[in-house]
Design a protein. Structure first.
Length: 81
């Protein structure tokens, strides 16, 4: 990359080019920040769904185990009588 010589003056074309480059970089930066926030929100949502599914599955499994134990105890007391 060549640095501009200090002896050559800035022309309107050079200033317009610099303004366009700065505008493009700012636009890309804002777009990246929006994408980061959207991906973060999506990740948080997926984590919440995963946690809720895990808790529901664990609760169902615990309820099934409790029902199995209650059934076994009920059956045992019915056979003893």
């Amino acid at each position: 990359m060549l640095l501009p010589s200090p002896l050559c003056p800035l022309t309107a074309a050079k200033i317009a080019g610099l303004q366009a480059a700065v505008l493009l970089l700012l636009t890309m930066l804002i777009k990246a920040r929006i994408q980061i926030k959207a991906a973060s929100a999506l990740g948080f949502f997926l984590l919440a769904v995963q946690t809720l599914v895990f808790l529901a599955a664990a609760g169902a499994l615990g309820l099934a185990a409790f029902a199995g134990v209650a059934f076994a105890l009920n059956r045992r007391s019915a056979q003893a009588a």
